[in-house]
Design a protein around this ligand. Structure first.
Ligand code: PHE
Length: 502
């Protein structure tokens, strides 16, 4: 198509020596953009033609100018609205707006003063109330005539008039780009379509020897490569994972959303009457409703520590039931995974270990702008001989410093499985206040000793959510913009890389 047009253009160039894209568009009654396309595709052929881009300034009517060209100038509209016997100014304005759609107060004002200064109308005060009358019998609306001429492509205005109409916003300058062409050094009137690919067939038949190949356009931009995008939560997760790895932690296997109450609660010395174990707070599974693969001797020790105590503890003194421990649920915290890992660590002959996990947990929450029924927890666990609360505080400072947070405060708290327990607060320079960022503690002997861990081993642990730092980092105040069916997928594609200010 473009090439067929191209041959027509080349013929024209051969006959006339030069060509201009605007003139051709008029001559062939073809859209200028189409001719420009043809010029560009001819330019791609090498030196068949030479073309120079030219900018020409042209005057054209503005929207208001078009109105004037059809309905007459503002002053003429005012003049025409005056009845032979004259009338009051407000009545004339009203009449003019009936005669001409879009005749506003502003137009009336301009028209009125123009008509006055042209001497077309006058204000007659002889009979008391001022009356506007026609001063001459007929008018010639030059403005309308001029604008009609401009619209039809004639452009004979004096500079003064042009300036005046421009000032009245009736005309505007537009820049028209066109190509001025002449034959190039390898000019020819017939163009063969250049090949873009060398095919096996061309090589086999030898036709490549006579074919013309399109040169590579090394300046062409490539098409964007379709690719996957990491969700902001996953980007922030990668940063946290990096921090743990730098600090020598090993990632725990968290690939089980379904957990038994035993590992989620009982192993953590959380009594069976604890309110968190209520269906109001925890999602229990209907099918399979129970788990049966709990190590029996360990389970027996857990039962005993809950019911009667031991290891220096008096226990809770209630009737511990295996049925309650077997109930399957969606894990409410990743500490269930930590419990499994610590139990495994005790079985294999204890060695000091540093573990971390970042994965999903589920809670039967009331949903609002900052809470969903599922979220991600980040958890760190350190097991070693003779660790103290001082070690926990030290490692928390180190961990949060790597996140760019160096002001911390700790508040005594309660968890069934840690003693002492501390909530972690950091100073938020933006909010200018201390905000809670995590929870921590030293696991209780009632949890560790039944597992079989040596008595002089302490286990430090802390946890925080992944959503909170992600919302702060990416500036979301509604969790539903980040997670769930209302998430804008483009947000996921456009979101910048995560770089924590370490
Ligand atoms: N499991 C706690 C929670 O869900 C966090 C935590 C982890 C607290 C480890 C202390 C130690 O909030």
């Amino acid at each position: 198509m473009a090439i067929a047009h191209g041959e027509k253009l080349l013929k024209y160039l051969e006959e006339n020596g030069t060509a201009n894209s605007l003139k051709l568009s008029e001559l062939w009654n073809e859209e200028h953009q189409k001719i420009v396309g043809t010029v560009k595709s001819l330019l791609c052929l090498g030196d068949v033609i030479e073309a120079e881009l030219q900018s020409n300034v042209k005057w054209d009517l503005t929207e208001e100018g078009k109105q004037v060209a059809t309905h007459g100038s503002h002053e003429a509209q005012v003049y025409n609205a005056i009845p032979p016997s004259g009338s009051t100014q407000p009545e004339i304005m009203a009449q003019a707006s009936i005669l001409n759609a879009g005749f506003t107060k502003d137009i009336a004002k301009v028209g009125f003063s123009k008509a006055m200064s042209l001497g077309w109308i006058a204000v007659d005060k002889s009979s008391g109330a001022p009356k506007v009358v026609r001063k001459i019998d007929s008018i010639q609306d030059l403005v309308q005539e001029h604008l009609k001429e401009i619209a039809s492509g004639k452009n004979m205005l004096t500079n003064e008039l042009r300036t005046e109409y421009k000032k009245r916003k009736l005309i505007q300058e537009i820049v028209v780009k066109s190509y001025e062409m002449k034959p190039g050094s390898s000019f020819s009137t017939s163009v063969t379509k250049q090949e873009t690919d060398l095919t096996p067939e061309m090589i086999a038949s030898g036709s490549w020897k006579t074919k013309e190949f399109k040169p590579y356009n090394l300046n062409a931009l490539g098409t964007p490569v379709p690719r996957g995008h990491l969700h902001p939560l996953m980007k922030v997760r990668a940063e946290f994972r990096q921090i743990f790895l730098e600090m020598g932690f090993t990632e725990m296997p968290t690939n089980n959303y379904v957990e038994s109450s035993f590992w989620n609660f009982d192993a953590l010395f959380q009594p069976q009457q604890h309110p968190a174990r209520d269906a109001h707070d925890t999602f229990f599974l209907a099918d399979p409703a129970t788990a049966s693969n709990i190590p029996s001797d360990y389970m027996e020790r857990v039962k005993n520590v809950h019911s009667y105590g031991g290891y220096g503890s008096q226990g809770y003194g209630y009737d511990w039931k295996v049925e309650e421990a077997q109930k399957n649920l969606l894990r409410t915290h990743t500490t269930a995974v930590s419990a499994r890992m610590l139990y495994a660590l005790a079985q294999g002959g204890f060695k000091p270990a540093k573990y971390f996990s970042i994965d999903r947990v589920f809670r039967n929450e009331t949903l609002d702008a900052t809470h969903l029924a599922e979220f991600h927890q980040i958890e760190g666990v350190i097991a070693d001989y003779g660790l103290t609360l001082g070690n926990l505080i030290g490692v928390l400072y180190e961990f949060f410093r790597k996140l760019g947070i160096d002001k911390l405060r700790f508040k005594p708290a309660y968890n069934p499985y840690t003693e002492p327990s501390m909530e972690i607060f950091s100073y938020h320079p933006g909010l200018k206040k201390w905000v809670e960022i995590g929870n921590s503690g030293i696991f209780r002997p009632e949890m560790l000793l039944p597992m079989g861990l040596p008595e002089d081993v302490s286990v430090l642990a802390w946890g925080l959510s992944l959503e909170r730092p992600t919302m702060i980092k990416y500036g979301y105040d509604n969790i539903r913009d980040l997670v769930g069916p209302k998430v804008n997928l483009q947000m996921v594609a456009d979101n910048p890389l995560c770089r924590l200010d370490k």
